[in-house]
Design a protein around this ligand. Structure first.
Ligand code: ARG
Length: 262
């Protein structure tokens, strides 16, 4: 009899626990439903070694044109914005895992990338330039064949060099960041660097002693930067496009452009 009573008591306790746990779960769901879905926020990722587009300021926070732009976009549509540094090659994985929900990293809209992510309307026009040491015999894109060319790996600069007829892969020196490539040009480890114009110009401006000059070539296609979201994240993409249109319209975009490029 005694044994039976204990059994009953324990069973009741166990049942009680299970039921209250289930009840709790249900309650949580109900309250989530009541308050609507999770709050939409902008969690941006960027490779912050790309001044003046994105770089780490003195306090370690991400600053730059892209940082200001995404903050302005968030403000225009009433979304909170956070920005964190993610290495260039880690950006798509971070988007995939949900660690970030958008990329604003001077990322060129390309057909290949459009298969993996969805892009906003273009927000910036850029092109590649060639950086060389003063006095170099490299005068254009064709002259890069047979030379050692530094690039930031998996960027459009890298792809442009790869496509050059006669270019050997072993002559393409791939660096994790664009400044890395430019430092190695300064040190003479590579003969040229191909990278986005705004970043190369900025580097030369701030490193006048590096002795670097730039060469433009009409064979470089125009490129357009876009903000990337996970494929199918229409809710966020619509907001970003709406915000982008607003900041372009109300003069905020022009102000930012002047701040960084004039
Ligand atoms: N525009 C180039 C590309 O899309 C390079 C961008 C690199 N951005 C950066 N933050 N490192 O491939």
């Amino acid at each position: 009899m005694k044994k039976f009573r204990w059994f009953l008591l324990i069973s009741l306790l166990v049942f009680g626990l299970i039921f209250s746990a289930a009840g709790c779960g249900g309650g949580e769901e109900a309250s989530k439903e009541e308050s609507g879905k999770e709050e939409l926020v902008i969690k941006a990722g960027t490779d912050a070694a790309y001044a003046p587009m994105e770089y780490k300021g003195e306090n370690g926070e991400v600053e730059g044109f892209d940082a200001d732009l995404i903050k302005a976009i968030g403000k225009a549509v009433g979304l909170k914005v956070s920005i964190k540094h993610v290495d260039w090659d880690g950006l798509f994985p971070a988007l995939e895992s949900g660690d970030i929900n958008c990329i604003i990293s001077s990322m060129t809209i390309t057909e290949e990338r459009k298969k993996i992510v969805d892009f906003s309307e273009p927000y910036f026009e850029a092109t590649q330039v060639i950086a060389v040491k003063k006095g170099s015999d490299i005068k254009g894109l064709e002259d890069l064949v047979g030379k050692k060319v530094g690039v930031q790996q998996n960027t459009t600069g890298h792809y442009a060099v790869e496509e050059l007829e006669g270019m050997k892969d072993e002559d393409i020196k791939k660096f994790p960041t664009t400044p890395d490539a430019l430092i190695n040009l300064t040190n003479g480890l590579v003969d040229a660097v191909v990278a986005d114009a705004p970043v190369v110009y900025n580097y030369i401006k701030h490193n006048p002693d590096a002795g670097l000059v730039t060469i433009t070539d009409d064979d470089f296609e125009k490129e357009y930067y876009g903000i990337a979201v996970k494929k199918g994240n229409k809710e966020l993409l619509d907001k970003i496009n709406e915000g982008l249109a607003k900041v372009k319209e109300d003069g905020t975009y022009d102000k930012l452009y002047k701040k960084y490029f004039e």
